[in-house]
Design a protein around this ligand. Sequence first.
Ligand SMILES: Nc1nc2c(ncn2[C@@H]2O[C@H](COP(=O)(O)OP(=O)(O)OP(=O)(O)O)[C@@H](O)[C@H]2O)c(=O)[nH]1
Length: 263
Amino acid sequence: MTNSQLTLVQIDNYGPWTVTPEPRREMDLQTLQSRLFADLAQFVGSRDGYVFFTRFDNMVAITNGLDADDHRLLQESIGNRYPVTISLGTGIDASPVEALETATAGLQHAGSAQDGDRREVLSGGYLSGPERTSSDVQIAHFDVNDATGKYTDQLNEFDSFIQIEQGYATLMRYLREEYGALSFFVGGDNIISICPAMDAADYRDAIDHVEAEAGVELKVGVGIAADPHTAGMDAKHALETCRHEGTVVELSRPVDGVEVATD
Ligand SMILES: Nc1nc2c(ncn2[C@@H]2O[C@H](COP(=O)(O)OP(=O)(O)OP(=O)(O)O)[C@@H](O)[C@H]2O)c(=O)[nH]1
């Protein structure tokens, strides 16, 4: 069954820290945030999870395969090397947004993101035993059709960025509202979504919606596997199949008895 373990990563008391004793240089904050993301990506990625930078002060990870000890070690390692600490809340659900709701509630119940004395909270459960071995994640890798020809080689970078962001904004909202999926811009013209058990028709529906609303044409490869890395790699290979076959949706394998569908 599709079951996502989501981790909310929240920098503790970051707002006050950015202005204490006076506002800190913006590029220093950007350097800290991007290095923290890089460290999280390496730590979580080496354990076959995925992390997304979202707002940088709060980040979202899919962590099927990472247990309490992994999360504790991550907190300790960041606390030892950065001037800030992180709190980690986890949640598990067939619906990614519900998993994130649970992860979020754990931190919110422990106090505010800007409580000076709420630090290094570790809350929530972890997939283990039979639940772990029977749980799959579904990762969708969306890509804009011919972004290079339509945008990068035609428009200035800012106008290209507007086009890509409009497509992203439309997709992220639609998948969140219709399916409870969580979508993240990962650079270039790429969006990665953590999805519940969606089938090819659901993906076609989302792609049609984005084209109608934002005028941005997408294709998607979908991977289903026990861990985010494997599902994400399968999604990339499925996307290559879209490129070679000229299809819009490819799934690495059937979902809940539904045929592998192409378009
Ligand atoms: N994060 C991420 N970015 C990628 C990946 N593949 C390509 N990109 C980015 O996407 C940009 C556009 O590349 P493509 O999507 O291959 O090019 P395209 O012009 O859209 O061509 P088609 O996708 O074949 O229609 C590249 O410059 C990269 O920045 C990927 O797997 N992950």
